[in-house]
Design a binder for this molecule. Structure first.
Ligand code: GDP
Ligand code: MG
Length: 602
């Protein structure tokens, strides 16, 4: 296709403002699917994605549309994941586009998530076309929303398209605006092939499917291609696009987005951002911006029922077929038995995998405290030289006397927030050992940049930020390397026995507070026994916090639990259903839910 007839764009929207509905409408109007095929929302195809309203794997759709000038245009709609854990994937998807539709609900106006995404899009020099959606609603106030777009985001909204993805008003206008306002891609057909690997996923029939954006040259079936970063070669056996049905094509030319298959068995062989070229006539330089993504948050996953271990292993293998960014290796724990140490891109990523294991594979799991990767310099011993190690699991903490120094990963966090929540957010960052780097105001909004230890962010930072700002603050981060810290291992003892699943590495300065919080929560979560149960937090041999669950008198009925009675009763009811969901520590039965609840810092 002639470059001048191609447009590549993504859709930016706050949750529920109508991104999926609009995408469906665009597909319907351009004839990609029949009425019956339209029934299900097409773009978010996984159950979890639908429930959480986020898109995990991008799905890109080609729309062929005849514009006012009588020419047929190829419009490539790029769907992007919508969460910080997948920031790098998002950046690659955006790098493959020249513009974006900014969808804003006519009754709700500009909201939190919109902003973070708009800024990212602007960073990629995108032409942004504002769309005021849901103008069919009685509460719609498009003029007010236009003003907001101008004042809050700083975009010219005079020519915003007013639309209703529900009734179909304005959809043609949107397509025309894409053609008129978003610039065509650039590229040179005569140059050697240079294409970006935007995304990949596993398809049971096709093997690994790779989404590509061609920069220069032509990508064809039968070509021997090379992944420049990975250094591997493959034979292209299919080239095509999605309308969203899979359509095979003869080639993908410069500026085009589409898919290829090349008999690749695992997504781990395909790195997002890699440059694809031909073996015969390779391009000189790879595309800029490549990054190797690595898991940053680790935790242990153990089956509640030891008999499920093999099932857990198989399920993890299956999930990994489609997600190379999480890792797992076997782990044994004194109390929890056989399980896996798993690595994730972030906490949401962890939750998604955990939820899929529970829901799709029907597994009951215990998750241990999430941890980042620490680096430690160890002194030599009689039998061993001095060395530097990476610690993924607090349970493997070496002897304290041998540790010369511990380093932890730091991040640079950028937060956008309406002014009114700024105070609370600064306090949160300060409490988490943050170092303020910048604070600027743009029309009623503040942008704060903080350096923070990742360790302080992985637990609940994001949830806290959202609750402090009523959902309006946005958060984005990048890793900035390791720094030395005064870090210690905190153990939790139940009835004098350490519970390894609950041990964690913390900063000495916040250890006591963390320890106290953990003991208090466990006191609420562990049911009373016939004997008194001490719950303690300790650093080395030193107890830093303590709570006691008093003994249950024999004649006491279920009404008399201490702590949060309804919560505890709920736990007890669940326990009754499955005795297997309890774990024994020093003769104390701890319900499975207690682990998860205790780990949610609050
Ligand atoms: P997304 O989270 O941005 O993908 O939003 P969805 O497309 O899932 O839409 C969220 C809700 O808004 C759904 O219930 C849609 O039916 C509804 N919706 C989307 N567009 C419109 C519209 O133009 N008018 C009205 N009244 N409702 C809409
Ligand atoms: Mg959606």
């Amino acid at each position: 296709t002639d470059l001048s007839r191609i447009r590549n764009f993504s859709i930016i929207a706050h949750i529920d403002h109508g991104k999926s509905t609009l995408a469906d409408r665009l597909i319907q109007l351009t004839g990609g699917l029949t009425e019956r095929e339209m029934k299900a929302q097409v773009l978010d195809n996984m159950e979890i994605e639908q429930e959480r309203g986020i898109t995990i794997k991008s799905q890109t759709v080609r729309l062929n549309w005849q514009a006012a000038d009588g020419e047929t245009y190829e419009l490539n709609l790029m769907d992007t994941p919508g969460h910080v854990d997948f920031a790098y994937e998002v950046s690659r998807s955006l790098a493959a586009c020249e513009g974006a539709l900014l969808v804003v609900d006519a009754a709700q106006g500009v909201e939190a998530q919109t902003l973070a995404n708009v800024y990212q899009s602007i960073e990629h020099d995108h032409e942004i076309v504002p769309v005021i959606n849901k103008i069919d609603l009685p509460a719609a106030d498009p003029d007010k929303v236009k003003l907001e777009i101008e004042e809050v985001i700083g975009l010219d909204a005079e020519h915003a398209v007013e639309a209703s993805a529900k009734t179909g008003i304005g959809i043609e206008e949107i397509l025309q605006a894409i053609v008129d306002r978003i610039p065509p891609p650039t590229g040179d057909r005569e140059k050697p092939l240079k294409a970006m690997l935007v995304d990949s996923w596993y398809d049971p029939y096709l093997g690994v499917v790779i989404l590509v954006r061609v920069q220069d040259g032509v990508l064809k079936r039968g070509q021997q291609i090379k992944f420049m970063q990975a250094g591997t070669q493959h034979l292209v056996d299919r080239v095509g696009c999605f309308t969203p049905k899979r359509v095979e094509l003869d080639e993908l030319g410069p500026g085009e987005i589409g898919f290829i298959t090349a008999q690749i068995k695992e997504v781990s062989q395909t790195a997002v951002g890699d440059t694809i070229t031909t073996v015969k006539n390779p391009t000189e330089k790879p595309l800029p911006g490549f990054k190797e993504v690595q898991p940053v948050v680790f935790c242990g996953l153990f089956p509640v029922d030891a008999a499920d271990f093999e099932k857990l292993r198989e399920s993890l293998y299956k999930l990994r077929l489609n997600d190379a960014s999480f890792s797992f290796e076997m782990e044994t724990s004194a109390a929890l038995g056989f399980g896996f140490r798993c690595g994730f891109l972030g906490l949401l990523h962890l939750e998604i995998i955990q939820e899929r294991l529970t829901r799709e594979y029907d597994l009951d799991l215990i998750t241990t405290a999430p941890s980042v990767v620490y680096r430690m310099d160890l002194a030599h011993t009689k039998n061993e030289d001095a060395k530097t190690i990476e610690l993924h699991n607090p349970a493997d903490m070496p002897d304290v006397n041998r540790i010369i120094s511990i380093e932890e990963p730091w991040i640079k966090a950028t937060i956008y927030t309406p002014d009114e929540y700024l105070g609370g957010i600064l306090k949160l960052c300060q409490d988490r050992r943050g170092i303020q780097k910048e604070l600027t105001y743009v029309g009623g909004r503040a942008q704060v940049v903080y350096e923070l230890p990742l360790n302080e962010v992985v637990f609940d930072f994001y949830d806290r930020l959202k609750s402090i700002s009523k959902g309006y603050a946005s958060f984005d981060y990048e890793q900035i390397g390791y720094r030395e810290g005064d870090l210690v291992k905190m153990s939790i003892l139940v009835n004098e026995e350490p519970v390894d699943a609950l041990s964690m590495i913390v900063h000495r300065g916040t250890a006591e507070e963390r320890g106290r919080g953990m003991c208090e929560r466990l006191k609420e979560l562990i049911p009373r026994h016939l004997f008194k149960i001490p719950i303690q937090a300790a650093i080395g041999g030193k107890i830093i916090a303590r709570e006691t669950i008093s003994a249950m008198r024999k004649d006491v009925t279920a009404k008399c639990y201490g702590g949060d009675a309804t919560r505890k009763r709920k736990l007890l009811e669940k326990q009754k259903k499955g005795k297997a969901k309890m774990r024994e520590y020093g003769n104390v039965s701890i319900p499975q839910e207690a682990f998860i609840a205790a780990l949610k810092m609050g």
